[in-house]
Design a protein around this ligand. Sequence first.
Ligand code: ZN
Ligand code: ZN
Length: 257
Amino acid sequence: MNRILANYHTHTFRCGHAVGEDKEYIEAALNAGLKVLGFSDHTPMPFPSGHHSGHRVPLDKADDYFYSLSELKKEYKNDIEIHIGVETEYYPDTFELYCEYMSQFPCEYMILGQHFLWREEDGISSFHKSDDPEKLRSYFKNVLQAVKTGKFLYIAHPDVINYTGDIEIYNTETRKFLKEIKKLEIPIEINCLGLSDDRHYPNKKFFKIAAEIGNRAVVGIDAHSPELLSCKELHSKCIDFAKQTGIEIADNNYLQL
Ligand SMILES: [Zn+2]
Ligand SMILES: [Zn+2]
């Protein structure tokens, strides 16, 4: 693959840490020559505990998110294929309740972004450095459980767990995880934002193992600004990253919704 024509990982200002109007994202996608643009902002999520999450679309902005994007989808229907989804974590205790809540919206797809390990209220983030193998195992276990629900289009930044411990343990656990993922046939994402920000992901070790196992990958821009969508240099960087690891990406990054 040498061109990205589809991207399913796009945020909006409503999550509180992305910038730009919805329309600007669409215009940027058109400038980059994208044919498919999927919005997947950090999902609105009710917490029975009353927990307030500061990094996602607030509950009272959920209608606006779906309404605004649905209108733009119609407006731009001759120029670009727009899809409306969300990026969500999987919390086993409340996932059913969450799905029930989401059923009121015209949500076309979900991508899994496991930013917290088990419960958001604990504040145990997948991004935090840790050499504890139990956290690594816990992360993989939870992601696997999430994928088995059959609700997700793909796994966003599957390598977000910031494990700094023994490399042999990392390799063994990652291999075990990716073999299961392969059986479930769900794509894993090479995250553009991580690459552009020089974060600990996308992780070459992770994707080299995935390439050996034969997992399928997809590039996700994870745009928190319109500029990231239109940055062709960054798209090429992602494609190069894939080539260096040997992982296969679907033709022009298209996925079946
Ligand atoms: Zn994410
Ligand atoms: Zn994201």
